[in-house]
Design a protein around this ligand. Structure first.
Ligand SMILES: Nc1ncnc2c1ncn2[C@@H]1O[C@H](COP(=O)(O)OP(=O)(O)OP(=O)(O)O)[C@@H](O)[C@H]1O
Length: 257
């Protein structure tokens, strides 16, 4: 039996008696990638804050495996603009040694920025730095809140590839929020569509046909996902370029009707 890293049973979070997360059940084990999608204000961030223990559930049960190490990648890097801060210093603030910090930066493709100022990093570099900080903790569970924000389309694909590789290398579980529906459909194992309550959940190829998904995202999005069934038969390097694999010779396959 696979032990759940985190399990939510009937979790509700209400602000001023308004349920923002409503009776949610979910479970993530090692090796799982679970993506939470949903419209603005659907309660996605509140839900992951509850998993992280930053937000208390109003009712229901949040259970985490004992000694669980969580690596959290927030939506944005929030910094005091007047405080000089190098990448090296930022990473060392995680409490890990320099060797671990260097290895994590190398894994996310930004080792060359060790002595750069965090204030001068591009949007994509900041996201990779945040991922490196989470990795340096050698997490059992990676929790990412819109990890591809500010990253161009090629960069997004390579970032999702990297997350999949890290899941295998660390044998960790992954929970992420994403708005990049096409990429999510290709990169995730399971999807939860949240609109306060879980309106549907399942495998990406099935979820786009679910009436609840169509109701939440509209016909146009559902149809575009249904025809854009993305067979991910290749990898991307950290610059977004396609790396052919043994079973494929590069290029995306998209099924057209
Ligand atoms: N601490 C709080 N106090 C009161 N209301 C809150 C609090 N935190 C979040 N909310 C409200 O809860 C609702 C859900 O917010 P949340 O940030 O979880 O949504 P989201 O799905 O992550 O949205 P987005 O996609 O826009 O980031 C919003 O209406 C928000 O205003």
């Amino acid at each position: 039996m696979t032990e759940a890293l985190v399990q939510l049973d009937q979790v509700t979070v209400a602000f001023d008696d308004r349920p923002v997360v409503d009776q949610v059940n979910l479970s993530v084990s090692r090796g799982d990638i679970l993506t939470i999608i949903g419209p603005n204000g659907a309660g996605k961030t509140t839900l992951i804050k509850t998993i992280l223990g930053i937000q208390r559930a109003t009712s229901g049960q949040v259970s985490v495996a004992s000694g669980l190490v969580i690596g959290y990648v927030p939506q944005h890097l929030t910094l005091e603009p007047t405080l000089p801060l190098s990448v090296r210093r930022f990473m060392l603030l995680s409490g890990r040694g320099l060797a671990d910090c260097r290895a994590a930066l190398a894994r996310t493709g930004v080792a060359h920025l060790l002595d750069a100022s965090v204030h001068h990093l591009s949007g994509g570099e900041k996201q990779r730095l945040l991922l490196a900080r989470a990795l340096a903790r050698k997490p059992d569970l990676l929790v990412l809140d819109e990890p591809a924000q500010g990253v161009d389309l090629n960069g997004q694909a390579s970032l999702y590839d990297l997350i999949r590789e890290l899941r295998e290398e660390l044998n960790c579980g992954v929970i992420m929020i994403s708005h990049d529906l096409h990429l999510v459909m290709a990169a995730t194992d399971r999807v939860i569509c949240l609109n306060q309550h879980i309106c549907c959940s399942g495998f990406p190829e099935d979820i786009s046909k679910d009436p609840a998904f169509v109701e939440t995202f509209g016909h146009q999005v559902a149809e575009s996902l249904a025809v854009y069934h993305h067979h991910h038969n290749h990898r991307h390097d950290l610059h977004g370029d396609v790396v052919p694999t043994a079973e494929a010779h590069g290029g995306c396959n998209h099924d057209h009707p």
